[in-house]
Design a protein around this ligand. Structure first.
Ligand code: A3P
Length: 311
């Protein structure tokens, strides 16, 4: 039996929604050229081409800088919480820092130009950049997630932010996602490029699966710590696991993003929405799943076998 939520996402848009000032349920984006790709990459409207160029060419890296890079809705915030807690455990950042997670590990392209110079080293940023638009940072922790769950999470996310002006149905979203006409562009291209970069230079890019963060967080946390050159003992790892639990992050106003309510639609799902594996089962029909998996398998190639996607 379908729950109310599923009925809502499968039903056609209401008259009010189809009257919305956007082209047949197409979200509003800035299209940014990626020199390594034939097609521009959609970004949120708050980030423009000048800003991305400024980050790529004007950013002054420091030796211990790192970034968390993801296709949107793949577990970025979770990894931000993990890395922030690791830096505290290692004594590199203060334990009593009351700032929000998004200030401790800011979104590089979305922060005020130049403000990164005031950050304490080692600096860690968040980015959703494609490999071709990546900032000149020495180390990237790349979190990847089962693409059907990414499609579901991005659907709710895009409907939730007023700036995207999108109230289309799930079917409409799935078509846009499949076509790569959503924030981040093609999921498979984004992931393949970063997985290839990790294979070429494992000291520069570490790929971590969202599903493994669920399954065995301790192992993932130790891998991330080793990659970033951060020392942490067993008790420290246990504290990091505890501090990055979904329920704790949801209840923590510094991590939940709940303070951004004014920018969200009236019926928005929370930013930290459900935090589970396999939510796609509540959204995809059998036919949608078959078509989606076949297309992703073809587009992802060897990287798909390595990652075990689609699952
Ligand atoms: P859902 O929408 O499926 O709930 P990002 O931070 O890249 O935007 O990714 C957001 C997704 O990661 C959301 O997925 C969110 O709930 C999930 N997430 C965030 N913190 C998490 C945690 N501690 N444990 C599990 N999932 C988490």
């Amino acid at each position: 039996m379908r729950d109310d939520h599923e009925t809502m996402v499968r039903s056609p848009p209401s008259a009010a929604l189809t009257d919305a000032p956007c082209d047949a349920g197409r979200p509003r984006y800035n299209l940014i050229r990626d020199p390594s790709r034939g097609r521009p990459v959609p970004y949120p409207v708050a980030i423009d081409e000048d800003r991305v160029a400024q980050v790529r060419h004007g950013f002054r890296p420091r030796a211990r800088d790192a970034a968390i890079v993801t296709y949107p809705r793949s577990g970025t915030t979770w990894m931000q919480q993990i890395v922030s807690a690791l830096l505290v455990e290692a004594g590199l950042h203060p334990r009593d820092d009351r700032r929000r997670l998004a200030e401790r590990i800011p979104w590089l392209e979305a922060m005020s130009p130049g403000s990164e110079i005031w950050m304490r080293s080692p600096r860690v940023f968040k980015t959703h950049a494609t490999h071709g638009l990546a900032p000149p940072i020495g180390r990237f922790v790349c979190v990847v997630r089962e693409p059907k769950d990414v499609a579901v999470s991005t659907f709710h996310h895009t409907r939730a932010w007023r700036s995207f002006a999108f109230q289309g149905t799930w079917a409409r979203w799935l078509a846009l996602f499949r076509a790569g006409e959503v924030e981040g562009g093609s999921w498979a291209e984004h992931v393949r490029e970063w997985v290839d970069a990790a294979a070429r230079d494992p000291g520069r890019v570490l790929v971590v699966r969202y599903e493994d963060m669920h399954q065995d967080p301790g192992t993932v946390i130790r891998r991330v710590a080793a990659f970033l050159g951060v020392e942490v003992d067993a008790a420290g790892v246990a504290r990091v696991i505890d501090e990055s639990r979904f329920d704790r992050m949801r209840a923590d106003p510094r991590a939940s993003h709940d303070h951004l309510g004014a920018f969200r639609t009236a019926d928005a799902t929370p930013f930290l929405r459900r935090g589970v594996r396999g939510d796609w089962k509540r959204h995809f029909s059998a036919a949608e799943r078959r078509a989606f998996d076949a297309a992703i398998r073809a587009e992802l190639g060897a990287a798909g076998e390595l990652l075990g996607y689609p699952s």
